[in-house]
Design a protein around this ligand. Structure first.
Ligand code: GLU
Length: 476
């Protein structure tokens, strides 16, 4: 059996790895692991006008953050490199000219003003904007001389008749009428290939066995199939998976949903939770499970089961799943994740103590600090005006000062007894205490939080409030 070699081929034209590319990477990675194959990363940086500085580094480090490790890639090399298209220009040139030599491609000298006019006329007539073939029938010997002095591109000579058919593992046979396929530019006048030439040459030379990518590339595939055929190369297996969609079915876009991997990281989503969620975008666990490990995904995944259309990408569901992952995480690991998420600014020991209190309550790592800031910093503002409760606060202090044992159950019991004695409703009493100690109306369980903060800190916080001349100015 042929060795499985799959790849992703991101273009460094955005701020980071697109979440859609994370999805494609996951499927390719899982398929490679399942088949003991190789997973390759190739950087397609041939569109020089859209290149974003630093994007390649971000793409690779995001893959690493997801633990989607690759066997061959631009930074680690491999036997069939280089893995960055801008370092492979001579190869594309060679094959583009080879296609011309075989009569399957031709030199084109049309300048942009002619092409613009052509398109304008086609649009006015409501025709598809395809190249009109002006240079297609030029005498090849004359063209071969012109290229020495003139600017040119190389175009694919798509047969005018017939159809181009390929089989898609997920969608079955797909056919395109040749007359609707453009005489695609393969090599640009700057010597760089277009995506279409680059992708075919590289997938062939890198011995890619399965091209697994999103459905948005289906319409490009007949052009690729023609190039494979003209060069006498064996086709890879094509499998076009679903594209990620907004709830209104439109393609996941920057305007409606966050698309960059870094956003998800900054929000405190866990990489494994994101991948679990993405896996469900085009595949269902045979037992209908929503939550499964990566290994389980590898074990159960079958490329043929990938659906052509998946559910909408739903951030609320992702958040829920992320919360479930947080709950499954061991406390010590969660502590480290929070510590690192907060740039190591807060003491690990204290974070550790708070974990049991918040594990059930947070959905993302970014939910932690708003809930727990008071453990690390004295409140600066108070979410409730507690100025009118000064005398109550003094009574609370007296009771707490007398406690010999600083344990949550004892604190809670003592406070309850006091509330009863003073005939204050529990809800009101504990809200006063909560806001006085934390500044916040919503916190983890109060008695446990007070135990963690310690007697000294609690008393000093409340006393400070009692002695403050005008605490209401800090009420927000
Ligand atoms: N460079 C394309 C991209 O940006 C690769 C598409 C493909 O997988 O063929 O996604």
């Amino acid at each position: 059996m042929q060795t499985v070699r799959v790849r992703i081929a991101p273009s460094p034209t955005g701020s980071d790895l697109h979440i859609g590319n994370v999805y494609t990477a996951l499927i390719n990675f899982v398929f490679a692991k399942k088949n003991r194959g190789k997973f390759i990363v190739r950087i397609e940086d041939t569109d020089r006008t859209r290149l974003v500085k630093g994007a390649e580094g971000k793409i690779l480090s995001s893959l690493k953050w997801f633990n989607i490790y690759y066997d061959e890639g631009p930074d680690i090399g491999g036997p069939l490199g280089p893995y960055r298209q801008s370092e492979r220009l001579s190869l594309y040139k060679k094959y583009a000219h080879k296609l011309v030599g075989k009569g399957n491609a031709y030199y084109c000298f049309c300048n942009s003003s002619r092409l613009n006019q052509m398109r304008k006329r086609q649009m006015e007539k409501g025709q598809p904007t395809l190249y009109d073939g002006f240079c297609r029938h030029s005498d090849p010997r004359i063209s071969a001389k012109r290229i020495i002095k003139e600017k040119f591109v190389i175009r694919l000579k798509v047969p005018r008749q017939g159809t181009t058919v390929f089989n898609d593992l997920i969608r079955g046979p797909i056919s395109f009428a040749n007359k609707l396929i453009d005489d695609q530019v393969l090599l640009k006048s700057d010597g760089y290939p277009t995506y279409h030439l680059g992708v075919v040459v590289d997938d062939h030379l890198m011995e890619i066995s399965h091209v697994i990518r999103a459905e948005e590339w289906i319409s490009s595939t007949p052009k690729h199939v023609l190039i494979y055929k003209f060069l006498g190369w064996q086709l890879p297996v094509f499998a076009h998976g679903p594209i990620l969609r907004n709830p209104d079915k439109s393609k996941l876009s920057k305007r409606k949903n966050p698309v960059w991997a870094s956003w998800y990281k900054e929000q405190g989503f866990l990489p494994e939770a994101i991948l679990n969620y993405l896996a469900l975008m085009g595949w269902s666990h045979p037992e209908g499970k929503d939550i499964f490990s990566r290994q389980e995904l590898i074990d159960k995944f079958r490329l043929e089961d990938l659906k052509a259309v998946g559910p909408a990408f739903d951030l609320v569901k992702l958040e829920w799943l992320n919360g479930e992952y947080i709950r499954q995480t061991q406390n010590s690991k969660l502590k480290t994740q929070i510590y690192e998420f907060l740039d190591k600014k807060y003491p690990q020991e204290l974070i550790s103590k708070t974990i049991p209190l918040i594990k059930e309550r947070i959905k993302k790592l970014s939910d932690y600090l708003p809930l727990c800031r008071f453990f690390f910093e004295e409140p600066e503002n108070y979410e409730w005006d507690i100025i009118s409760y000064r005398s109550l606060l003094s009574k609370i202090v007296l009771q707490l000062e007398n406690l010999n044992q600083w344990k949550s159950a004892i604190i809670g019991q003592t406070m309850k007894v006091l509330a009863e004695k003073l005939k204050i409703k529990n809800s009101e009493f504990f809200m006063v205490l909560r806001v006085a100690v934390t500044g916040q109306k919503v916190t983890p369980p109060l008695n446990e939080s007070m135990e963690i903060l310690g007697k000294e800190k609690i008393l000093s916080r409340i006393k400070k409030l009692i002695n403050e001349k005008n605490p209401s100015h800090r009420h927000q």
